[in-house]
Write a protein that binds this ligand. Structure first.
Ligand code: NAD
Length: 409
């Protein structure tokens, strides 16, 4: 299934339980605006290359639209549209006053020099600056982008619109960024993993965990879970992976991955492939990289009892159905990885008030919002006897639907 078909499937599953009319379904799923732009730049070798950039603004019923910028070869119209819709439900699940959007460029960042990365970002902003902004649509980091890319984004946006730190979030702390933003998604994933396990009467200290992806989300998820006493036994990235049944030394692995640009080759561990990691003998599986990795082919072989979706859209509907039949609990992306957008919201609030919060305040507010949202989703799942994914969608769609009806067309 293509990503938007998957996103529509999950939406319809919840809409069915909610008894939403077909007109309301079309209204809520149709993106508000989709922008596709040419991003041409001169490469270091003097050649001109042209890439395609996308921004989909899905819904603004609850506030300005919010969503990441992804630089990855797989980025296309369909993926961006799906991810934008996910952002609409996600911001509603954690009840922050935003709608949903997503954007990106179909490019392999590993093949770009730092200078090319800066130029591609500035050219993208040249084409996009009219349709985004602090009251319209606020980008943030996603796969292939980071705080430095957000700094260039802000700098270029300000060339057109003047001082405007709230036009983008996930900026460096030294440049209007928020303390605790970089760790936020991984912190939220780790905290909800612990809450989910405890709810099932299983202490986190007994848990063996496998994580796919060792970028922003994967590294912080691994670090927080390791600090909580869980055993992280396998980790992969785009180039392969490493496993150790006694638990990986996450601090040492971080140092290794920073130096080598990958986890492979880490001493005191066995090599493991991405396919092997997904079906490893663990308690918790955390996909934290690309979408669609859990599908009809591998779902029957997954041995984890819990899947925590740190990545966006890692589970295809056929796999979701198999997991549900097999009693494997899936904590859905629109709840599990909402810590990032939550702290992005705190950053935006701080930028607009010109007042900086301490890291402890950020962490406290984040933990409170994540725990409350988790408990609300659990409650809906129990009341309506539906999966955690359907429950999260019911919560998100319900809030967006009510805002839409109250404001009127
Ligand atoms: P990142 O670019 O920092 O890291 C991505 C990681 O995935 C890297 O380790 C990379 O090697 C690995 N990877 C890429 N392609 C892969 C493949 N084919 N197989 C296995 N591994 C692969 O990205 P990130 O910000 O950590 O985002 C990871 C996921 O989390 C994405 O799905 C993103 O949408 C989601 N997410 C990120 C945030 C955030 O705050 N950054 C928030 C919510 C959700």
């Amino acid at each position: 299934m293509r990503p938007f078909e998957t996103a529509s499937f999950y939406f319809d599953q919840a809409a069915e339980v909610m008894g939403l009319s077909s007109n309301m379904r079309v209204l809520l799923m149709t993106p508000l605006r989709e922008v596709k732009v040419q991003v041409s730049l001169e490469m270091d070798d003097g050649q001109i290359r042209t890439f395609i950039g996308y921004r989909t603004q899905h819904d603004r019923a609850r506030g300005p639209m919010k969503g990441g910028l992804r630089y990855h070869p797989q980025v296309d119209e369909d993926e961006v549209r799906a991810l934008a819709a996910l952002m609409t439900w996600k911001t509603a699940v954690v009840n922050i006053p935003y709608g949903g959007a997503k954007g990106g460029i179909g490019v392999d960042v590993q093949r770009l020099s730092l200078g090319e990365l800066e130029r591609i970002t500035r050219r993208f902003v040249d084409e996009l600056h009219d349709v985004v902004g602090p009251d319209k649509d606020i980008p943030a980091p996603d796969m292939g982008t980071n705080a430095q890319v957000m700094a260039w984004f802000m700098s270029q946006y300000e060339k057109y619109h003047g001082f405007n730190p709230a036009c983008v979030t996930g900026k460096p702390v030294e440049l209007h960024g928020a303390e605790g933003r970089e760790e936020a998604t991984g912190r939220g994933v780790a905290h909800l993993t612990r809450r989910l396990l405890e709810k099932q009467g299983r202490p986190v200290t007994d848990a063996r965990v496998a994580i796919q992806g060792f970028g922003n989300v994967g590294t912080f998820t691994a670090s927080f879970l390791h600090a909580m006493g869980a055993k992280v036994v396998a980790i992969t990235d785009a180039y392969g992976g490493v496993a150790n049944p006694r638990g990986l030394d996450i601090l040492a692995l971080l140092k290794h991955a920073t130096e080598k640009g990958r986890v492979s080759g880490f001493p005191e561990a066995e090599p493991v492939t991405n396919d092997e990691l997904l079906t490893a003998d663990v308690d918790v599986l955390i996909p934290a990289a690309i979408g669609g990795v859990l599908n009809a082919e591998n779902a029957k072989s997954v041995r984890a009892k819990f899947i925590v979706e740190a990545a966006n859209g890692p589970t295809e509907p056929e796999a979701d159905e198999i997991f549900s039949q097999r009693g494997i609990l899936v904590l859905p992306d629109i709840l599990a990885n909402a810590g990032g957008v939550t702290v992005s919201y705190f950053e935006w609030v701080q930028n607009r008030q010109h007042f900086k919060w301490q890291r402890e305040r950020v962490r406290e507010e984040l933990d409170r919002i994540m725990a409350e949202s988790f408990d609300r989703v659990m409650q809906i799942a129990e009341e309506k006897k539906v999966s955690l994914r359907v429950a999260a969608y019911i919560l998100g769609i319900g809030r967006v639907g009510r805002a839409t009806v109250l404001a009127g067309l």
